[in-house]
Design a protein around this ligand. Structure first.
Ligand code: RET
Length: 268
């Protein structure tokens, strides 16, 4: 790790801290999910699990980042030599990215066969994407060869493109069968996936371009990578979760809330 200025250190540290709070608050909200039918509670619970898992990992990432630097007399943050554990991010993604796919499919309330058909492609594809990305990330952090950094990047981009292709081609047929009032929001959800997920390879590229040198990475690469991944995570987990909530709420309104259904007097 390179030494950081006080500003650089604080931007990352405080953003990590803010993310712990955001993920924690989002978890509570998704677990309560007011005005959502029983039918969509499973989708909301999965959404809350994603932010709960992230809340824990951001707590750990913040501690690890803090331990990797120490404030010196000059007012700058010198690398302590303790390694920053970036595996927390990948462990987090391994758990949460498949769950994000489950959220999106669950809120559509498709038949069992259709749900299985989509998840059978999406879950393995996201897992392969993450597994192939990690050796590249490691190469960035340790000033590895350009062949390793870009080779793993390209390999990971293949499943990434497959996921987007499935969402924007195959899933269209299922979206057509959704209630007309909810279709716009579901379309919006897949655009949110496209836009927020694009941030991850972009942050990787910022890191890759600043990899190398004596300390493994430039300060721009360290700050760019952490800020990029963190903003991407807030939008892809909490932001996307809000869209899933809006879909669940809209569909609950159309189909009638549990309370309303119960309030209807039984026919004699
Ligand atoms: C990596 C490596 C470089 C190439 C690509 C990547 C994609 C990562 C993605 C991660 C998504 C994470 C999400 C987390 C939210 O819970 C691994 C950076 C394509 C798309 C959505």
């Amino acid at each position: 790790m390179p030494d950081l200025s006080s500003f650089e250190f604080n931007v990352v540290y405080n953003l990590l801290s803010l993310t712990v709070a955001t993920m924690g608050a989002a978890t509570l909200f998704f677990f309560f999910a007011p005005r959502v039918n029983r039918k969509y509670k499973a989708a909301m619970v999965v959404t809350g699990l994603v932010t709960a898992i992230a809340c824990y990992h951001y707590f750990q990432i913040r501690i690890s980042f803090g331990d990797a630097f120490a404030l010196n007399e000059a007012g700058t943050y010198a690398a302590t030599g303790k390694p920053f554990n970036d595996f927390y991010r990948y462990a987090d993604w391994l758990l949460t990215v498949p769950l994000l796919m489950v959220e999106l499919i669950a809120v559509m309330a498709l038949t069992k066969a259709e749900t299985a058909k989509y998840l059978r492609i999406l879950i393995p594809a996201v897992l392969i994407m993450i597994v192939l990305g990690y050796p590249g990330e490691n190469a960035i952090a340790t000033g590895g060869s350009a062949a390793a950094i870009w080779g793993w990047f390209v390999a990971s981009m293949i499943p990434f493109c497959i996921v987007l292709a499935v969402l924007f081609t195959q899933l269209s047929a299922a979206i057509e069968k959704q209630p007309a009032e909810a279709r716009g929001l579901i379309n919006f959800a897949r655009i949110v996936v496209l836009v927020t997920w694009a941030f991850y390879p972009l942050a990787y590229v910022i890191g890759a371009l600043g990899s190398g040198g004596e300390s493994g990475m430039s300060t721009t690469a360290v700050v760019g990578l952490q800020v990029g991944y963190t903003i991407a995570d807030i939008t892809a987990k909490a932001g996307f979760g809000v869209v899933i909530y809006l879909i669940a709420r809209k569909k609950s309104e159309i189909e009638g809330l549990d309370e309303d259904v119960k309030a209807v007097p039984a026919a004699a």
